[in-house]
Ligand binder design. Structure first.
Ligand code: C5P
Length: 426
């Protein structure tokens, strides 16, 4: 039996809270174990007893409740949760989250948990549209929290517009539906690079490129969804860390190379999605280079080729590279795959507003003896398809059914085993 998903349901003060006991039932029907936490204002709308009755667990309401803390302290509760769902999420609670407050139990839990946090906002349409609310929403989303809804329709106050909480059945389905590729990379260790690098010329200047890091971050998120443990080594980008991913920030190609080699021994899959600089300054000037100096000459040398250095290792992970090409995409990608000894390469056309710093991408994925096209779509969808292809091609993990089947096939194909079976037939 699969273990129940541990959902911490936060209920905040809004009229939509009357729907939350039904949400608890829907979550339980879908196999969740639900612990409800209510804010003080939520209790003005619904009684904690209703939630206790439907969840089968005492409801937590107070950071200062000695007896409840003795049973499961707030930090333990924050660790217990596999996902936190706030439904309804009021304008005030969203503002408190954006401000990083920890002045009641629910806000403290949100600060103390490493679990993903999902919010189902519910409020009057003017409150939702208010610039203050929108700025707070932007802040929490930029920190990696996700929103379900709100949707448009009739509101309790008589208005019609955007601000309704999604219906409980849809919330439960969105929260608990198995992610695409669930389990495909279960237990595998992925090391991935993303973003640009910055090669310093002097204390104020550097060489870099237009990579936003979005494709690499999407691949990291898709691999995590598929069950991999993910370490993401990233150059300077302006992106939230995908939930559950370990992030290492670096600046230069040299730093990225060092970080990769500190972690690569544990990896069974390495994906090089970073747009690493090809050249780095021979020396970083200690003082700002004067204009005449810049006009004269920049001394550059090749930056370390990170993906090649991994592919050259005696005991190496499955290695996937990217190739951003402006022309002859497939041909250039194939020769790059051979030159760098990659197991697979994901190639895309760049330039003229395609791929760099945008939300969509399309890929041609090539491996020795095969290829597949992934049609233009949002980067997360493209990343999911890429992960499915990689999972199919990389050597199976020891101990899995796929691994034993592959061993049996290899043994059957070996000359010794063929002569044994010939003898048996004679
Ligand atoms: O820049 P290039 O087209 O050669 O990149 C191809 C692949 O090699 C990409 O996967 C990129 O992340 C990787 N690469 C690297 N280190 C470099 C240059 C490229 O890992 N110095």
């Amino acid at each position: 039996m699969t273990p129940k998903k541990r959902v911490l349901l936060g209920v905040t003060g809004g009229i939509a809270a009357y729907k939350s006991p039904d949400l608890v039932r829907r979550l339980i029907e879908r196999g969740a174990d639900v612990q409800v936490v209510m804010t003080a204002s939520a209790q003005k709308f619904v009684s904690p007893l209703s939630f206790q009755a439907v969840s089968g667990r005492p409801v937590r309401t107070d950071l200062w409740d000695g007896a409840a803390e003795a049973a499961m302290g707030h930090i333990e509760l924050a660790r217990w949760a596999e996902v936190v769902l706030i439904a309804p999420a009021s304008a005030d609670f969203i503002a408190r989250l954006a401000g990083g407050r920890a002045d009641d139990l629910l806000s403290t839990l949100c600060l103390a948990t490493e679990a993903p946090i999902v919010l189902a906002p519910a409020m009057n349409r003017v409150m939702w549209a208010n610039k203050a609310t929108q700025a707070n929403v932007e802040t929490i989303v930029s920190r990696g929290m996700r929103l379900f809804g709100p949707e448009s329709g009739n509101q309790a106050c008589g208005d019609v517009g955007l601000g309704r909480m999604l219906e409980p059945a849809r919330l439960a389905e969105n929260l608990l539906e198995a992610p695409p590729n669930a389990g495909l990379l279960a237990g595998r260790q992925l090391l991935i690079t993303a973003g640009p690098t910055r090669e310093r010329l002097d204390p104020v200047r550097y060489l870099t490129n237009r990579s936003s890091g979005k494709m690499g971050f999407a691949v990291a998120a898709a691999a995590r969804e598929a069950g991999a443990h993910v370490t993401l080594v990233t150059g300077p980008v302006n992106l939230p860390t995908p939930p559950g991913v370990t992030r290492i920030d670096v600046e230069s190609a040299r730093e990225m190379h060092a970080a990769v080699h500190r972690h690569v021994a544990a990896a069974d899959l390495f994906i090089a999605a970073a747009a690493v600089a090809d050249f780095q300054p021979v020396q970083v000037a200690k003082q700002k280079i004067k204009k005449q100096g810049l006009a004269v000459k920049l001394d550059l040398e090749p930056a370390p080729d990170i993906v090649k250095s991994v592919a050259d290792m005696a005991k190496r992970p499955f290695v996937v590279g990217f190739a951003a090409e402006t022309n002859d995409v497939e041909e250039n990608a194939r020769s790059k795959m051979k030159r760098k000894k990659l197991d697979m390469i994901a190639a895309n056309q760049v330039g003229d507003g395609i791929a760099f710093d945008c939300e969509d991408n399309a890929l041609t994925v090539i491996w020795p003896g095969g290829k597949a096209d992934i049609a233009r779509a949002p980067k997360i969808d493209v990343a999911r398809e890429l992960i499915a292809l990689i999972a199919k091609r990389m050597p199976p993990a020891p101990g899995t059914a796929r691994h034993s089947a592959r061993k049996r096939r290899a043994a059957a194909a070996s000359p010794r085993s063929r002569s044994r079976s010939r003898r048996a037939r004679l």
